[in-house]
Design a protein around this ligand. Structure first.
Ligand SMILES: *[C@@H]1O[C@H](CO)[C@@H](O)[C@H](O)[C@H]1NC(C)=O
Length: 149
C-alpha cells in the first residue's frame, strides 16, 4: 500500500469515529428537553435535567459505558440495559420497550421518554447515583444561564 493511500485511509477512519460520537451544547439539550415536556415533569425542572445529563454523560449523547455486572449504560442519561432498554447482548427487562441504540439518537426523543419513565417510577432522579451525589439539594439555576428557549 502506498503511503498516501494509507494516510487517507487513516484519516477516513478518524473522521468516521468523530462523526459517531457527539457532544451537544447545554442550551441545545435544554431546548430538546423543553420541547419534550420535561420542564416541571414530576417536579423536575430543566436545570435538574441538565445537571443530571451533565453528571451522567457530559452531554455526550453517544456515551456507552460497561458496568461490572456486564450491563451497559447508554446515551446522555446513561440508561441501563439491564432494566430499561434491549441491547441484545445481555439480559434485559426492557421496561422502556426500546432498542438501546435508539437511546443514542441525536434527537433525544427516546432518551428523554425513557428517562421520564424512570423518573416517574418512584424515587425520581434518585435512580441515578450521580444525581444524588452531585445535583440533589444543590442550587441548580445556573445550568440555565444564557439559554433562551
Ligand atoms: C463520547 O462517548 C463515546 C462512547 O462512549 C466515546 O467514544 C467518545 O470519546 C466520547 N466523546 C467525548 C467527547 O467524550
Amino acid at each position: 500500500m502506498t503511503r498516501a493511500l494509507f494516510i487517507s485511509l487513516v484519516s477516513c477512519l478518524l473522521v468516521a469515529k468523530q462523526a459517531k460520537s457527539q457532544v451537544l451544547g447545554r442550551c441545545a439539550v435544554a431546548k430538546l428537553l423543553f420541547e419534550e415536556g420535561a420542564d416541571g415533569f414530576e417536579g423536575y425542572y430543566l436545570s435538574d435535567w441538565l445537571c443530571l445529563a451533565f453528571v451522567e454523560s457530559g452531554f455526550n449523547i453517544s456515551k456507552i459505558n460497561e458496568n461490572a455486572d456486564g450491563s451497559f449504560d447508554y446515551g446522555i442519561f446513561q440508561i441501563n440495559s439491564h432494566y430499561w432498554c434491549n441491547d441484545y447482548r445481555s439480559h434485559s427487562e426492557n421496561l422502556c420497550h426500546v432498542d438501546c441504540q435508539e437511546l443514542l439518537n441525536s434527537n433525544l426523543l427516546s432518551a428523554i421518554n425513557c428517562a421520564k419513565r424512570i423518573v416517574s417510577g418512584g424515587g425520581g432522579m434518585n435512580n441515578w447515583i450521580e444525581w444524588k451525589l452531585h445535583c440533589l439539594g444543590r442550587p441548580l439555576a445556573h445550568w440555565m444561564t444564557g439559554c433562551h428557549l
